[in-house]
Design a protein around this ligand. Structure first.
Ligand code: ADP
Ligand code: MG
Length: 259
């Protein structure tokens, strides 16, 4: 409708970038996701929680098309990847960035080369231009230019996460998927990383899907939280709405842990 188009800001915020409907994913006869529905809205930082082994990484990988689904549909930027041509698929894939849970850097490549991996896959640029672009990405995540020449083995855990984030940002994505990005970091390192995510969301208008167990992240940077349980979304809402839930798992999660 024309009237809606006149308010791009308001409506853009409500637009789902990714819609998951009735998703079923299993391994053998064990269903991990069993009728899951979820919308990831443009511009939000969505925190995704759930017990260990509940399927958070499986959902992430299924949305990315890396794990096959039994049934259900996933619409990404308005495209159902099951029905998309190879070219359309690639066009969608270059609009997302990923930091996997086991998202190690390639140890045989320098930091700069690691950041350039997606650029080599999707862009046709000269080496010089790619160096400049990768430097810019490093700067964006708060790393100094001299880090570019280093080997990943020379970096601290926090720096490795930042380089992995720079790589996820390599193609100026609309959305980044972060699977437990602050796990293994000390509280200060985790807080710094959260602040970076928050800044990137505000300055780049980035949408962020973040699997996390970090209560600090959930309280301070997530606009909305979705909890996974029994293969479905148990509850989704703001932190205040989650805190009010009567669900026993959510209660013990938010009130039982250090708060
Ligand atoms: P988490 O919520 O901790 O990220 P995962 O999504 O990694 O949990 O795993 C959910 C369940 O699916 C676990 O029981 C795991 O063992 C199982 N699983 C994940 N990937 C595979 C696979 N490739 N083959 C068989 N089982 C898998
Ligand atoms: Mg996981």
């Amino acid at each position: 409708m024309a009237a809606e188009r006149d308010e791009p800001g308001r409506n853009a915020e409500r637009e789902p970038l990714i819609s998951v409907r009735d998703l079923v994913v299993g391994f053998g006869d064990r269903l991990v996701l069993n009728g899951l529905n979820l919308d990831i809205m443009r511009g939000e930082i969505l925190g995704f929680i759930g017990p260990s082994g509940s399927g958070k990484s499986v959902l992430t990988r299924t949305v990315l098309g890396l794990t096959p689904k039994q049934s259900g549909s996933i619409t990404t930027f308005g495209v159902d990847l099951d029905e998309a041509s190879r070219a359309d698929r690639r066009a969608v894939e270059r609009r997302w960035g990923v930091l996997f849970q086991q998202g190690a850097l390639f140890s045989s490549l320098s930091v700069l080369q690691n950041v350039q991996v997606p650029m080599r896959e999707y862009l046709k640029l000269s080496d010089g231009l790619m160096d400049e672009l990768a430097m810019l990405k490093l700067e964006m995540v708060g790393l100094k230019p001299d880090v570019g020449e280093k080997s990943p083995s020379e970096l601290s855990g926090g720096m490795i996460k930042r380089v992995a984030l720079a790589r996820a940002l390599a193609l100026d994505p609309d959305i980044v998927f972060l699977d437990e990005p602050t796990s293994g970091l000390d509280p200060i390192g985790a807080q710094d990383f959260d602040e970076l995510i928050s800044t990137l969301q505000k300055t780049l208008g980035l949408t962020v899907f973040m699997v996390t167990h970090d209560l600090g992240s959930l309280y301070s940077v997530c606009d909305r939280i979705a909890a996974l349980g029994d293969g479905k979304i148990l509850k989704a809402g703001t932190i205040d709405e989650m805190l009010e839930s009567d669900d026993p798992w959510l209660k013990s999660y938010f009130h039982g842990k250090r708060a």
